[in-house]
Design a protein around this ligand. Structure first.
Ligand code: HEM
Length: 406
């Protein structure tokens, strides 16, 4: 079949490489995404060492793909490039389809319901107050390193069952897997694989300490799990552990830093939030839309079909660009305006609906709300003390460092 967009546009102007991480050097290329939405909303794009993929850029089309897992599979992978070694990838919850996905997700779902998560509020506030007060005492600090990394890491480590003193070892592994911030692609992949091996060996040691099988942490829950009468294998538990630690710590940190940066860059919105903190819940939704910490996920077409009038063949890769959907004017009036009172705000930062919708959405919202409440109250004059350093990634919209002054 022809892999030319049905609108016949394209041409050299839109021949931008969305797999080239340097395209994201200064953050997401929103102008490029706008042009795709307007000129080639479903566009066939190249990928290194692979067949290429359909980029989907409009809100409605992203929702359509996300909500039809029968047509768009999460297997073999939700990442653009197929992994060189599929053994780990195929076990990941996020790469599974129903019915196995439904069964695996049920194992951990109960720990993440809005009710369970709101019960964590006093403890999360205790962690936040400790971190904010420690940072405030420094006068000047790095928002990423000293606050944004620590909060989600401490919380997910406790939930999963990683001892407090080990959390930085685990986050060093998740960073090596997720950050993909090195120019040497093959060195980066080799390092990510080494990090996975080290993390699995660590998870195996943790599992060995849970001899009584009575614990309430997620690792213990997984050890007791029963799927169709069978326990999970140690390898399956290792993979689950890796997903929870990665997803729990590498995402929310970027909501916190990206959200703070947005407030620095929009002093009117910041002043409004300081004067009327009751806007915080809508402000956090707007930060999620504005930042979109996870920029895309992929599906694979199971059958010949259409997206937005574009023919797609069975087996084609289809990539939902949440970053673009979240700036789609057809869905968000004045989409390029950061408006902390925006309502409704049906952003797709946690996914666009369907069975894989972010498991940790309530947790991420809780962590962000408490952190901003305490920062606004305890550091009212917080301001930048240097330029942010962006992560060079086409997957995570991240900031590596943001010096701030109290
Ligand atoms: C601001 C923070 C976060 C963002 C932006 C985010 C974003 C996402 C997105 C876009 C998806 C895929 C949704 C889909 O395919 O429909 C996802 C899935 C997932 N998220 Fe999050 N996430 C965040 C925080 C968290 C946290 C704190 C956890 C804690 C455990 C978590 C755990 C997961 C898991 C396990 C999945 C896979 C669910 C499945 O396959 O069924 N996330 N997240």
């Amino acid at each position: 079949m022809s892999r030319v967009s049905s609108d016949g546009l394209g041409g050299p102007n839109l021949a931008v490489d969305l797999c080239d991480r340097s395209t994201f050097r200064a953050g997401p290329p929103h102008d490029v995404f706008r042009r795709f939405r307007e000129e080639q909303p479903v566009a066939f794009l190249p990928e290194p060492d692979g067949p290429g993929f359909w980029g989907v850029f409009r809100y409605d089309d992203v929702v359509e793909v996300s909500r039809h897992p029968q047509r768009f599979s999460s297997a073999p992978s939700v990442f653009i490039q197929d992994p060189p070694d599929a053994t780990v990838t195929q076990e990941l919850l996020i790469n599974q389809d129903p019915p196995r996905h439904t069964k695996l997700r049920k194992l951990v779902n109960r720990g993440f319901t809005p009710r369970q998560i709101s019960a964590l509020e006093p403890h999360v506030r205790e962690i936040v107050v400790g971190l904010v007060d420690r940072a405030a005492a420094m006068g000047q600090f790095d928002l990423v390193h000293d606050l944004a990394v620590e909060l989600p890491l401490q919380v997910i480590a406790e939930l999963v069952g990683v001892p407090h003193e080990d959390r930085h070892r685990v986050s060093a592994w998740t960073e090596r897997m997720m950050s993909n911030d090195d120019d040497d692609q093959s060195a980066m992949q080799a390092d990510a694989r080494a990090a996975i091996t080290e993390m699995f060996a660590y998870a195996d040691r943790l599992i060995a300490t849970r001899v009584d099988g009575e614990g309430t942490d997620l690792l213990s829950v997984l050890l007791r799990a029963d799927v169709d009468g069978e326990a999970l294998t140690q390898f399956e538990i290792d993979v689950f552990f890796m997903l929870l630690m990665n997803a729990g710590s590498e995402t929310t940190r970027n909501l916190i830093t990206g959200g703070t940066l947005a407030l620095f860059q929009h002093p009117d919105q910041r002043a409004l939030l300081a004067a009327q903190p009751e806007h915080l819940p809508t402000a956090i939704e707007e930060m999620l839309r504005w930042v979109t910490p996870v920029m895309h996920f992929r599906r694979t077409a199971r059958e010949d079909c259409e997206i937005g009038g574009q023919a797609i063949a069975a087996g084609d890769k289809v990539v939902m660009w949440y970053t673009s959907a979240n700036r789609d004017e057809a869905q968000f009036p004045n989409a390029d305006t950061f408006d902390i009172t925006r309502a409704p705000n049906e952003h797709v930062a946690f996914g666009a609906g369907g069975p894989h919708f972010c498991l940790g959405a309530s947790l991420a919202r809780l962590e962000a709300r408490i952190l901003f409440e305490e920062m606004l109250a305890r550091m009212p004059a917080l301001g930048p003390a240097g330029d942010p350093v962006h992560l060079k990634s086409n997957f995570i919209n991240g900031i590596k460092s943001l010096p701030v002054r109290v």
